[in-house]
Design a protein around this ligand. Structure first.
Ligand code: J9Q
Length: 245
């Protein structure tokens, strides 16, 4: 996959792209990320990317011209799915990450300040949010999207099983994990995990994942892949995530 990032802070991405999974994906040629400074598409001496809002009010708005010219130039190199990071976009979830991982090329547009001229939104293919909180700009959100997508690219994750086996694939949270020592400061690893009984271990983990999801994120159970027996056992309505009564 190729990914172009348009930002006024290209250096924001230096360390994340050089580190860990994203760094490895780059080294192996599985992901090619190009950063672009939006100010390269300005024409004034001060490389201005923002202006006061029509209609008045506090704050500045990102001007449309640098964005349109940037997208013209980047798309002239070939097709891409253009994504704007903004708090009013569709919420990023694992299904969206999976869908984006199938794209040959993404352009991630990072807005700053209080907002971006509405005409830019109309030129992008998709607006994505990473959650209901206010960021100073789209850069951290773009990194979240890229991290979630990159680990799904063929060949990026060492263990092919782990990407798919993970909790969000089935719509459940992760079960508790332990490693050595078996007892640490009087805190014991559950006996079943040391039993060698792989059937019992699998059942325990499944049960823990359901309990944990029920407790922390019950709304996830609506679309989780639970059997009717599991739903009944946990007092969930058939085929739905809401507790009965
Ligand atoms: C650009 N708050 O917030 C949540 N997902 C994306 C964002 C965001 C923001 C401000 C600017 C993106």
């Amino acid at each position: 996959m190729r990914c172009d990032i348009v930002t006024i802070f290209p250096e924001f991405f230096d360390s994340p792209l050089a580190t860990g999974l994203l760094g490895k994906a780059g080294e192996r040629g599985l992901l090619e990320v190009r950063r672009h400074d939006l100010r390269d598409w300005t024409h004034d001496r001060h490389r201005t990317v923002d202006d006061a809002p029509f209609g008045g009010g506090a704050g500045m708005v990102m001007r449309p011209e640098p964005w349109f010219e940037a997208l013209d130039d980047l798309l002239a190199e070939g097709p891409a799915r253009v994504i704007l990071l903004a708090p009013d976009g569709h919420r990023l979830d694992q299904a969206t990450a999976g869908r984006l991982a199938l794209e040959p090329r993404l352009v991630l547009c990072c807005g700053r300040y209080e907002g971006i001229d509405e005409r830019v939104r109309e030129r992008v293919d998709e607006v994505l949010s990473v959650g209901d909180f206010v960021l100073a700009g789209g850069e951290p959100a773009a990194l979240v999207v890229l991290d979630a997508v990159a680990r799904l690219l063929p060949g990026v994750m060492g263990n092919a099983a782990s990407a798919g086996e993970e909790s969000f694939a089935a719509g459940l949270l992760e079960y508790p994990q332990y490693t050595r020592p078996a007892v640490y400061r009087d805190l014991e690893v559950p006996e079943v995990l040391r039993s060698g009984n792989h059937g019992a271990i699998a059942r325990w983990r499944r049960e823990q994942a359901i309990q944990r999801t029920l407790r922390s994120r019950p709304e996830l159970l609506a679309s989780a892949e639970l059997s009717e027996e599991e739903r009944a056992r946990h007092g969930l309505a058939e085929g739905r995530g809401d507790p009965v009564g």
